[in-house]
Design a protein around this ligand. Structure first.
Ligand code: AMP
Length: 210
């Protein structure tokens, strides 16, 4: 099953990708995670990527597509994958179409005012990657899973958030039209389980048809 997950930063896209990945046995391919790894490694490319990411801008299409293409060649993608963070524009969708067909697109939606609130309060564990939120009950500043200190991503700071959401709106909305009847839309205003339930039903049916 070859899937795309669409959803602005803070929509819960990463959480949905993990659930889908577990239930349907396809790897989650997150371009954002791949770029964070590249940024950590440093060098010319790493520094360039780090600078773009911390300002909330996109990495150029050629670099992004090259990184993705290499990842999709790996063995674990043979039976499909779930793309999280790609494509982010019509041009990227057209590049992807040259490489492979897509079975379905899940679009996770939430009003921007709600997304801004979630993002500015979001904290990440540098050690295990778990995500917490300053506004959640029981928040202590330490990771609930491993106890390490949580931090705020540079691109979760207010100015970068505004840029990311504006870029998302401009570039991703046309993708909904591009993928037409392959798109399933779901609101993430409820809990992660409430958001996931209709997605799971949809994908189970899709899998049965294949
Ligand atoms: P994310 O974790 O998906 O919010 O991505 C974090 C950052 O990685 C973005 O703000 C971009 O700088 C970069 N990035 C991730 N995916 C893409 C993409 N498909 N095209 C260009 N840049 C990307």
């Amino acid at each position: 099953m070859k899937l795309i997950l669409l959803g602005a930063a803070g929509s819960g896209k990463g959480t949905m990708a993990k659930k889908i990945s577990e239930d349907f046995k396809v790897p989650q391919i997150s371009t954002g995670d791949m770029f964070r790894e590249i940024a950590k490694q440093g060098g010319d490319l790493g520094e360039k990527v780090a600078k773009l990411m911390s300002s909330g801008s996109l990495v150029p299409n050629e670099i992004t597509f090259e990184v993705l293409k290499e990842r999709l060649k790996k063995d674990d993608c043979k039976n499909g994958f779930i793309l999280d963070g790609f494509p982010r524009s019509l041009i990227q969708a057209q590049m992807l179409r040259e490489l492979t067909d897509i079975d379905a697109v899940i679009s996770i939606e939430l009003p921007f005012s709600e997304l801004e609130k979630r993002l500015v309060n979001r904290r990440i564990c540098a050690s295990c990657g778990d995500i917490d939120n300053v506004s959640y009950d029981g928040y202590t500043g330490a990771c609930r899973k491993c106890g390490k200190k949580l931090f705020q991503r540079d691109d979760d700071k207010p100015e970068a958030i505004k840029t990311r959401l504006e870029v998302y709106k401009k570039d991703v909305t046309p993708l909904i039209n591009f993928y037409g009847d392959k798109v399933m839309t779901v609101s993430s205003s409820g809990s992660p389980d409430e958001t996931y339930a209709p997605v799971k039903t949809f994908l189970t049916k899709l899998e049965a048809k294949a």
